[in-house]
Each structure stands twice: as C-alpha cells, then as structure tokens.
Design a protein around this ligand. Structure first.
Ligand SMILES: Nc1ncnc2c1ncn2[C@@H]1O[C@H](COP(=O)(O)OP(=O)(O)O)[C@@H](O)[C@H]1O
Ligand SMILES: Cc1cn([C@H]2C[C@H](O)[C@@H](COP(=O)(O)O)O2)c(=O)[nH]c1=O
Ligand SMILES: [Zn+2]
Length: 194
C-alpha cells in the first residue's frame, strides 16, 4: 500500500512531488486516488480534484469509482485551467488523466515545483495496448508510480489491459462493462487475433 512520504524534511517545509496511479480499467485507480485524497482531507490539507470535462459517465462533477465511491471534483476543459484553480491547494488530484492534452505534464511539474503534492490517476494504455495521452511522460517525471491491476474477465488472472468488446476503432469511446473488460496479456492478445 502507498504510504505518504514525509521522510527527510520537516512537516512545515513545503516540498512538492508527483504521484501517478495507473493501470487498466477496473483496476482500482479511482479508488486509490480517492483513498489518498480522503487521507489528505483528514490531515486538514487543502485538496482540489479535477477531471476532464468530457468524462460525464457517472456524474457531471464528482469523481466516482466503479463501486460508487465518490469525491467532489471540478471538471475542466484544458489541463492549463488547473493551474489557476489549484493555486491555493496543498494537494491536487487529477482523474482520467489520459484524456488531457500534453500540457498536463507541464502543469503537474509547475504545481509540484510550487510545493504541491500532485496525484494523477489514469489509463496507461488504450484499447490497442498503446500508451495513452500524457500518461507515459507523466510517469517519467513522477517521483512515485503505482500500477494497480484488475482481475482478467476471461481467466481470473491479473489484468493490465483494457479489452474493447465493440467494433469501434476510435481512440476515445467512453464506457463501462458495456464496452470494455479487463484482460491479462494472453487473453487480450487472444481476443485481438480473432
Ligand atoms: N474485473 C474486475 N477486476 C477488479 N475490480 C473490478 C472488476 N470488475 C469490477 N470491479 C470493481 O471495480 C472497482 C474499481 O473501480 P475503480 O477504482 O473505479 O477502477 P478504475 O478507476 O481503475 O477503472 C473494484 O473495487 C471492483 O469493485
Ligand atoms: C481503454 C480505453 C478506455 N476509454 C475510456 C473508457 C472509460 O470511459 C475511460 C476509462 O475509465 P476508467 O476509470 O479507467 O475505468 O476511458 C477510451 O476512451 N479509450 C480506450 O482505449
Ligand atoms: Zn486472462
């Protein structure tokens, strides 16, 4: 389990950093993000949470996990909007990071350099198994990366891939179990050979 780092500097010194939580769909990224943000709230830190405005699956504003945990958030159109909106916070949470533009990398670095803890959650791979949006660069600049796994819907193994069960080849197709299932590498490849 991820434990918040506080080693080597005093509590009053404001040091920023970037954490990335990545994995396939249904792997628990949003739950882990909510868990970390709730702990920061318990510690009376100022927390702001953002998600891309296009992600309206469960709720227009809240960040909601597949098992209905939820936390208030602000939907934003562009990564750059986060800079101003997060100016007074100690901790910045960002969900569905794969949908943001590449500016999110610069924004996250600026926030961390300004002494904020930045926690970014997102899909590391799209339905083709290719890196998704700004996620690979975010992982390169992050201090901490947590890769979480779902259970493969075919064999019960550990799933790192999001298999699309419909015929669409568009990169962005919002959906749930109606469009996707988590799969391990073998079951993902088997499905894509058909
Ligand atoms: N195949 C699966 N493997 C793991 N969790 C699943 C699966 N199908 C449904 N779930 C549910 O999804 C929850 C994780 O949801 P969430 O945090 O929203 O994931 P993510 O943000 O990674 O898509 C799990 O706690 C579990 O209740
Ligand atoms: C693989 C893949 C996913 N999406 C969409 C489907 C969902 O709306 C989100 C992922 O949500 P989650 O919180 O990680 O379950 O992304 C997509 O648009 N394209 C893809 O290739
Ligand atoms: Zn499998």
């Amino acid at each position: 389990m991820f434990i918040e780092p506080q080693i080597g500097h005093s509590k009053n010194e404001k040091r920023g950093w970037i954490e990335v939580v990545c994995g396939s769909m249904f792997s628990g990224k949003t739950e882990e993000l909510i868990r970390r943000l709730n702990r920061a709230l318990i510690a009376k830190q100022k927390v702001e949470i953002f998600k891309p405005a296009i992600d309206t699956r469960y709720h227009a504003e809240n960040v909601v996990s597949h098992n209905e945990n939820s936390i208030r958030s602000t939907p934003v159109q562009f990564a750059n909007d986060i800079l101003l909106l997060a100016a007074n916070s100690d901790v910045v949470g960002i969900d569905e990071a794969q949908f943001f533009d590449e500016e999110l990398v610069k924004v996250s670095r600026n926030l961390a350099n300004a002494g904020k803890r930045v926690i970014v959650a997102g899909l590391d791979m799209d339905f083709s198994g290719n890196p998704f949006g700004p996620m690979p660069e975010l992982m390169a600049v992050a201090e901490f990366i947590t890769k979480v796994h779902a259970i493969c819907a075919q064999c019960g193994g550990l799933a790192s891939f999001s298999y699309r069960t419909t015929a669409s080849t568009k990169k962005v197709v919002l959906g749930e179990k109606d469009q996707y299932e988590p799969r391990c590498r073998q079951c993902f490849n088997k499905g894509n050979r058909k």
